[in-house]
Design a protein around this ligand. Structure first.
Ligand SMILES: [Zn+2]
Length: 72
């Protein structure tokens, strides 16, 4: 079992609208970040870091949307 941590993003999960994501506690840039609520892949950890740095806004939303669609 991999240890994981909750991560609150300024952008909501495109599938369910939750802001709480789950990431492995190792936090490699390429680790997959999943929605804590619907368990879907949302983005990679380095993308989540970019969104955290940029904050809420259309740029962050576009980044998450793109990453989310890539994973499905
Ligand atoms: Zn979700």
């Amino acid at each position: 079992m991999t240890l994981s941590e909750d991560l609150r993003l300024p952008v909501a999960c495109p599938a369910c609208g939750s802001h709480v994501m789950r990431v492995s506690s190792i936090k490699n840039p390429d680790d997959r970040v999943h929605c804590a609520s619907c368990q879907r892949f949302v983005c990679l950890y380095h993308e989540a870091c970019t969104v955290l740095r940029k904050g809420a806004g259309s740029e962050s939303e576009a980044l998450i949307e793109k990453a989310f669609n890539r994973g499905h």
